[in-house]
Design a protein around this ligand. Structure first.
Ligand code: ADP
Length: 173
């Protein structure tokens, strides 16, 4: 069974097998976690993303899907890029957010990753409310079986995010 752990901090400093990136569909970098991963991971990750754009993902990575690259200078073997949905007040896009966690874990399982660090996908620039984002993240990881993954570590940037994830974890057991 996969253990869920919470830490407050910067995901780019984590020592894990795979770091999940809250990417955008261009795969060519952005702000938030994405910018931090490319800054600290160095240009090799961006080069790998460009190769993906030139091959399987000519139109970019669709929302809710996930794909892995090398991790450059990060203390990890892989970066798993996934594209979260932009929050909408009048359309329920939560299935896409569920899909991000599920697909990233599926890719992690295929790679044989044992430890996987996740950010709070969609809760930054994409505007998803943190309480709901935390509930979906914790529930989806709980419900998704993976062969290899022993630890899912949510890495929360600030007190508020950490508190919401701690509450979701306590509520869901
Ligand atoms: P999205 O576009 O999916 O909303 P963001 O990167 O803007 O992605 O934000 C996702 C979450 O990651 C937000 O809660 C944000 O505060 C947090 N975050 C930003 N930088 C980092 C980082 N270096 N490590 C961990 N979490 C981060």
């Amino acid at each position: 069974m996969t253990a869920i752990t919470l830490v407050q901090g910067d995901i780019t400093g984590q020592q894990v097998d795979a770091i999940v990136n809250a990417a955008n569909s261009s795969l060519l970098g952005g702000g938030g976690v994405d910018g931090a991963i490319h800054r600290r991971g160095g240009p090799d990750i961006l080069a790998a993303c460009r190769e993906l754009r030139a091959s399987h993902y000519g139109k970019g990575l669709p929302t809710g899907q996930a794909v892995a690259t090398i991790a450059g200078q990060l203390d990890a073997r892989w970066v798993i890029h996934t594209v979260g949905p932009v929050w909408s007040g009048n359309e329920d896009r939560s299935a896409l957010l569920v899909s991000c966690y599920r697909e990233a874990l599926r890719v992690a399982g295929e790679l044989g990753a044992k430890t996987v660090a996740f950010p709070a996908i969609s809760t930054g620039i994409f505007g998803w409310p943190m309480d709901d984002g935390a509930r979906i993240a914790v529930r989806t990881v709980r419900e998704t079986a993976t062969d290899s993954v022993e630890e899912v570590r949510f890495v929360l940037f600030d007190d508020y995010a950490y508190g919401e994830f701690a509450e979701a974890l306590a509520a869901q057991g």
